[in-house]
Design a protein around this ligand. Structure first.
Ligand code: 5GP
Ligand code: ZN
Length: 135
């Protein structure tokens, strides 16, 4: 399904132009309009899914294969020093466009970008309690 009010539906389906790095039947990968570094790419499914919780398993599998190829291109052609794969789900996690997308971000030594969190200190007991909840 496509949401007529969604900018990424329009971009992914070619209704609004974007700098397309890669395209197939189900995805379009575009240059981010406000990149963290040169080459920052967003992989966007052509169908509208709000976020990770809504995507089918096939989309989850295929998006990571595409990310691997784009990261490899960034390393070979842009000569970046590293790559972040980043994907935000929900406003609390920093998602601003509510159509699933995966960021592939070339990183350079000393570029100053942080993936920001403050580490918690956890006892073994706390880790075990968490594990019980998750497994
Ligand atoms: P989020 O915070 O939702 O994970 O990331 C949204 C990303 O989409 C941001 O990095 C932002 O710069 C990018 N973005 C938002 N609107 C547009 C647009 O119209 N075109 C392109 N190319 N990127 C966009
Ligand atoms: Zn959409």
């Amino acid at each position: 399904m496509i949401d007529n009010n969604c900018i990424f539906c329009k971009i992914a389906n070619g209704e609004i132009p974007a700098y397309t790095v890669y395209e197939d039947d189900t995805f379009r990968a575009i240059l981010d309009a406000a990149p963290a570094n040169e080459g920052h790419t967003l992989i966007i499914p052509k169908e509208h899914y709000e976020n990770l919780f809504a995507i089918p398993d096939a989309v989850a599998e295929n998006v990571m294969k595409i990310a691997k190829n784009i990261a490899t291109l960034q390393k070979e052609r842009l000569h970046c020093d590293g790559v972040n794969i980043l994907q935000n789900n929900g406003a609390a996690a920093g998602q601003t466009v509510m159509h699933y997308h995966l960021h592939v971000i070339p990183r350079r030594e000393g570029d100053g970008h942080l993936v920001p969190w403050t580490p918690l200190q956890r006892t073994n007991e706390e880790q075990e309690t968490t594990l019980e909840k998750l497994k």
